[in-house]
Design a protein around this ligand. Structure first.
Ligand SMILES: [Zn+2]
Length: 189
């Protein structure tokens, strides 16, 4: 794993943070999609690509090369009229590529036996981080199993929660400011 939920969440949260303070719902939906997209490569395995093939799972779609190319395509699709290499173009491009690459980085923490072909198509070595904490992908048929629950609990605790706190810090602080009495109105005697 990490689970698709985590990739989606991380993608959307990165999209929100990178476009603050004016993040549109459209940008968040696009970054959610881009965060999950590399895992569409499971189609390659269904079509017969071997487990360590570049066309199989965690192959080329999990590479930095893919992130760089698809980031540019996504920018073109989303903002067709935007002058290429303008500041706004770079902002969109770097965010989209970063979101796609975030998928591979998360997968490199997986505890399973399938690494990430980070430098495909130039090098088919599969990479992991030295620290591998995230339990490998829950499959649909195992969805209600302790291992899956553990994997999700781990991701929620160590990926979702810190990222959510950071992403929505403005809203959270705003909420506290609304809830707490204003210092001026508190009477001390
Ligand atoms: Zn993946």
């Amino acid at each position: 794993m990490p689970s698709s939920f985590t990739h989606a969440f991380v993608g959307g949260a990165l999209g929100k943070v990178c476009f603050e303070p004016k993040t549109s719902r459209r940008i968040i939906l696009i970054t959610i999609f881009l965060g999950v997209m590399p895992d569409f490569d499971v189609v390659g395995n269904w079509l017969g690509a071997g487990p360590n093939s570049m066309l199989g799972h965690r192959g080329i779609t999990h590479s930095l090369f893919f992130a760089a190319i698809v980031g540019a395509i996504a920018t073109k699709v989303v903002a067709r009229e935007l002058p290429r290499f303008s500041r706004r173009w770079w902002r969109l491009y770097l965010t989209f590529s970063f979101v796609i690459a975030s998928h591979a980085f998360l997968d490199m923490f997986n505890y399973g036996n399938l690494g990430v072909a980070l430098f495909a198509p130039f090098d088919d070595t599969r990479y992991f981080f030295p620290i591998r904490l995230i339990v490998d992908a829950p499959r649909v048929e195992y969805f209600i199993q302790w291992r899956t629950l553990y994997a999700l609990a781990f991701e929620v605790t160590f990926v979702w929660t810190p990222l959510a706190l950071y992403t929505w810090r403005g809203e959270i602080f705003g909420w506290f400011a609304d809830v707490l009495p204003e210092t001026d109105s508190v009477q001390y005697s």
